[in-house]
Design a protein around this ligand. Structure first.
Ligand SMILES: [Zn+2]
Length: 167
């Protein structure tokens, strides 16, 4: 059979959540106070059919990886390490956070996720999770994936999606 179409598989599960604290900075000098969300991640993977198995990617494996990515940042304070305004410093067992030069928070290091992003917006979280998923695919030797689309929702009906096309 000649195959003309393309395949997309998606995973969106109630357990792909991370309950985390964060605050974001806005243009100018505005900055939110610390608060939390029950974030929810879902993913779409596009790719060629694995013609040994007749699937794009194993759902069991995809769910397991997504669960691990969520668990890595669950129940933590999400902090941006690439911000020009939020300065995060590790000091022994603690992490200190300053915003625009003014000290603001002190957290136990074990309660923080220090993330390689400039701001903890859902856009940046979606990009981060997509990048981490790609690394998992590469480690697993997955071939044929042509795009990853990661959605992170921070409230009902309020989410960002990042699409990562792969060469
Ligand atoms: Zn928020």
């Amino acid at each position: 059979m000649q195959r003309r179409g393309e395949f997309r598989v998606s995973v969106s599960k109630d357990y792909l959540v991370f309950a985390s604290a964060h605050f974001i900075t806005f243009a100018g000098h505005r900055c939110e106070g610390l608060h939390g969300h029950n974030y929810r991640a879902s993913v779409v993977v596009e790719g060629a059919l694995n013609e040994d198995a007749w699937f794009v990617f194993d759902f069991v494996e995809l769910k397991r990886i997504m669960r691990r990515l969520c668990d890595q940042i669950d129940h933590l304070v999400l902090l941006p390490m690439q911000s020009t305004r939020v300065k995060v410093a590790e000091e022994g067992e603690n992490v200190t956070v300053a915003v625009d030069g003014a000290p603001r928070y002190l957290f136990p290091r074990r309660d923080c996720a220090l993330l390689p992003i400039p701001n903890t917006t859902v856009e940046m979280l979606a990009e981060l999770l997509a990048t981490r998923l790609l690394a998992e695919f590469e480690a697993a030797g997955a071939r044929g994936v042509t795009a990853i689309e990661m959605e992170v929702e921070e409230n009902f009906g309020q989410s960002a999606t990042y699409r990562l096309p792969l060469g």
